[in-house]
Design a protein. Sequence first.
Length: 231
Amino acid sequence: MQHHGATWIEWLALACASIAIAILVTYLVRRPAFTLATKLWLLFGLFVFPIATALFANVSGFQATQSRAFCGSCHVMEPHANDSSDPNTTSLAGIHARSRSFGASNCYNCHQDYGMYGFVVTKLGGMRHVALYLKDFRNVPLERAKHEIRILRPLPNANCVSCHTMTAPRWLQKADHASSLADLRSGQVSCASPGCHGFAHPVTKLGKELLEDGGLPRDAMPAPAADGGHP
């Protein structure tokens, strides 16, 4: 797992924890009279700063779970993360990873729930993934697991249109878009499917699936866009 140095939130968590420890150690060493001032110091040492430490640490933890490095820390996700990080890949995941709008958080940005309670729903879904990994795939060899693991439910097109509009004239000018508009909006056709933009993670698909998707040998694929920005 990659490490890019501590963030300011992590430094705040460490600072609050250090202050709380300093207050408590000072109290235990000096044993001052139990005055109002001492009570206030203990209030900060036992409650205020520890609660702040927990708050900042949790926020930092949530931020860390949004990174591609975190998603790839389970061995069964390594092919997804490695392909996504490959600067030469033409997969949807890799193209989005090269976009400035997604970058190192492209897994989370594509898979998160965009509803009103999206953050909570996304985190609960992530906990379900952790449970399934521990229960079913923790000891499964990678070569077997990468072809057995599938997304729990199809990625909704609503996630795609949160960035890519279906109403712009430029988008509708493409015949395939215009003819499939109703099916795309209803979810009958997935943007990330054979016949459309292809699998987001073709590296874990079986040969039959890739043939259905019109897959090409790696050296026959067109070069990816330099930026991978949104069409």
